[in-house]
Design a protein around this ligand. Structure first.
Ligand SMILES: [Zn+2]
Length: 471
C-alpha cells in the first residue's frame, strides 16, 4: 500500500513518548504547574505540555506512560563538582577549607587516568540516579604523566547518557609561589593554557542540543597566578566558551586576597576580567552588598553549594539577597570529599533549610518553588543554556524527571513540589536526557551501578596505597 501523503510520512520519522496523569511543575517564567497534565516528547525535544491528557491522534507513539502518583519536573542541573574526589571521600572530616586542602592535595596529586575514570563514573552515577540530567565537572588536578584525563571524564558522561559540561581547570601557583598545592601538582602557565585550548577544540559542542560543552576554569585565586586568570578569560572569550572558578568561599580566602592582591575576591575578579554573563562562580559565601551588586550588574552567575559550605564550616551564602538582586544562581554538589552524599536532589532541601538559619535573611527565606528553580532553571542559566534546558516548555530539550510521590516518604504531603523539596529524596521512576531514558524504576539503565561501585572502591584503595609511598 502506498504511503498516504508526504507530510504524514515526515511526521512519522520522529518517535514520541507520552506521559499523562501526573502533576507537572514546568519551572517556566510564570511557574506554570498542572495538578494533572501531560507531556509529549518527540525525538529529543518537548513537543507539547499542558493540562489533562495528551492530544489525540499522535503518530508514532512508542511509549505511553501513566504518571499517576508522580511529579514531573525539569531534570536537575549540577553546576559545581569535582568528580575525582569520589575516591577520596570521608577524609579530613573535621577540617576547614585550607586545612582540608592541605591535607588532601598530596593524595590528589597522585591520581591517574584509570582512577579518574572510575571516580567520574561513580560521581555521575550517583547524581544521575537522583534525577540529574546535566552534570558538570570542574577538574583542575593534572599531574604530569597522568594521561588524557579530560577525555576520560567526557567519555564517562557520554557512556552514561548524561548532558555534560567539563570545566577544564588548572593550577599554576604551587607552594613555592605562595599557593596551597604542592609544586609537583601544578602546571605551567603556558602548559595550562595550551591544554585548555586543546580541550575546547577537541570537545566543545556549541549546538542547541549539545551533550558535551567545555568551560575555561582556573581553580581559585589561591592556586592560580594572576596571569592565568587574565589569559584564561581572554582564551574563553576568543573561543566563545564560558568561564568558571571558585570565589569568595571562606574568610581565609578573603584574607589571602587582601594580603596578596590588596583587594577582596570580587574586586580581584573584576580586575582580571572575571565578571560577566559568561562567568559563573562556585560558593560566593562571603559577599558584601557591593559584591552582590557587581554580580547582578554584570550577570555573573553563582553555583550555590550548601552542603559543602556546611561541611567545611565556610558560612552561609546570601542566596535570597542574590536572587532579589537578579544574580543567576544554580546549585552544586561540590566535590564529594566535602559532600560525601554526592547527590543534588538533597541540595534543594539543604539550600532552603540552610538559608533559613541565616538570621538576617529569615524574612526573605527561600520557598519550595525557588529551591526547585535553583536546581533546574537557575542551573541552566549559569551554564548559559537557559534557552535549551532547565524548564519544561515546547521546543526545549527533553531532559526531565518523574518523581514518585505516592509512596511512604511523600503520600501525606498534599503539594507535590513541597513533597519533593521538603520531603525525603523521592524515588525516580523515570529520567529522560535528550529524550532517552537514563533511569527507570530508581535504577540506571545505561550502566551497571554495582560494577561502578566495585571499580571505584578498587581505585580508591589503589590511590591510598600510591599516596602512602614517597614520590
Ligand atoms: Zn569546588
Amino acid at each position: 500500500m502506498a504511503a498516504p501523503a508526504a507530510t504524514a510520512s515526515r511526521k512519522d520519522d520522529v518517535s514520541r513518548i507520552v506521559i499523562e496523569n501526573c502533576a507537572i511543575a514546568t519551572v517556566d517564567a510564570d511557574d506554570t504547574e498542572y495538578a494533572s497534565g501531560h507531556l509529549v516528547v518527540a525525538g529529543n525535544r518537548i513537543e507539547s505540555i499542558g493540562a489533562g491528557t495528551a492530544p489525540a491522534g499522535l503518530d508514532n507513539v512508542v511509549r505511553r506512560i501513566d504518571g499517576t502518583g508522580h511529579l514531573v519536573t525539569p531534570g536537575l542541573i549540577n553546576t559545581h563538582h569535582h568528580f575525582y574526589q569520589w575516591i577520596t571521600r570521608g577524609l579530613a572530616t573535621d577540617h576547614n577549607l585550607f586545612d582540608w586542602l592541605t591535607a588532601l592535595y598530596p593524595t590528589w596529586a597522585r591520581i591517574d587516568e584509570q582512577m579518574v575514570t572510575a571516580a567520574a563514573r561513580g560521581s555521575l552515577a550517583m547524581m544521575a540516579r537522583g534525577g540529574v540530567t546535566t552534570a558538570m565537572d570542574h577538574h583542575y588536578v593534572f599531574p604530569r604523566g597522568s594521561g588524557d584525563l579530560s577525555s576520560a571524564i567526557i567519555g564517562a558522561a557520554r557512556d552514561m547518557g548524561v548532558r555534560f559540561t567539563l570545566a577544564r581547570g588548572s593550577m599554576d601557583r604551587g607552594e613555592s609561589a605562595g599557593g596551597l598545592p604542592p609544586d609537583f601538582a601544578v602546571e605551567t602557565l603556558e602548559g595550562a593554557l595550551a591544554a585548555t585550548e586543546a580541550t575546547v577544540d577537541q570537545h566543545h559542542d556549541a549546538s542547541f542540543d549539545a551533550m558535551t560543552q567545555v568551560a575555561v576554569a582556573p581553580c581559585s585565586p589561591f592556586s592560580v597566578s594572576t596571569e592565568l586568570m587574565r589569559q584564561g578569560a581572554e582564551l574563553a572569550r576568543r573561543k566563545g566558551v564560558r568561564l568558571h572558578t571558585h570565589g569568595s568561599e571562606t574568610v581565609e580566602e578573603e584574607k589571602f586576597c587582601h594580603e596578596l592582591f590588596g583587594m577582596g575576591p570580587t574586586d580581584y575578579f573584576a580586575s582580571t576580567g572575571w565578571l560577566g554573563e559568561d562567568v559563573w562562580m562556585a560558593h560566593c559565601v562571603h559577599m558584601n552588598d557591593s559584591d552582590i551588586a557587581a554580580f547582578a550588574r554584570t550577570g555573573t552567575g553563582v553555583a550555590h553549594c550548601p552542603s559543602s559550605n556546611a561541611r567545611l564550616a565556610a558560612g552561609i551564602a546570601r542566596v535570597p539577597d542574590m536572587l532579589r538582586s537578579g544574580v543567576p544562581v544554580g546549585l552544586g554538589v561540590d566535590g564529594t570529599a566535602s559532600n560525601e552524599s554526592g547527590e543534588l536532589h538533597t541540595e534543594l532541601r539543604n539550600a532552603l533549610l540552610i538559608n533559613r538559619l541565616h538570621t538576617e535573611h529569615r524574612e526573605r527565606a527561600l520557598n519550595a518553588r525557588q529551591a526547585l528553580r535553583l536546581g533546574t532553571y537557575g542551573g541552566a542559566q549559569v551554564l548559559g543554556r537557559a534557552d535549551q534546558i532547565g524548564s519544561l516548555e515546547a521546543g526545549k530539550l527533553a531532559d526531565l524527571v518523574m518523581w514518585r510521590i505516592d509512596g511512604l516518604g511523600h503520600s501525606t504531603i498534599a503539594d507535590p513540589v513541597t513533597a519533593v523539596v521538603f520531603g525525603a529524596a523521592a524515588p525516580v521512576t523515570l529520567s529522560l536526557v535528550n529524550g532517552e531514558p537514563v533511569v527507570e524504576d530508581n535504577h540506571l539503565i545505561t550502566v551497571d551501578e554495582d560494577a561502578i561501585a566495585r571499580a571505584a572502591r578498587d581505585e580508591a584503595q589503589r590511590l591510598a596505597r600510591v599516596a602512602a609511598q614517597p614520590r
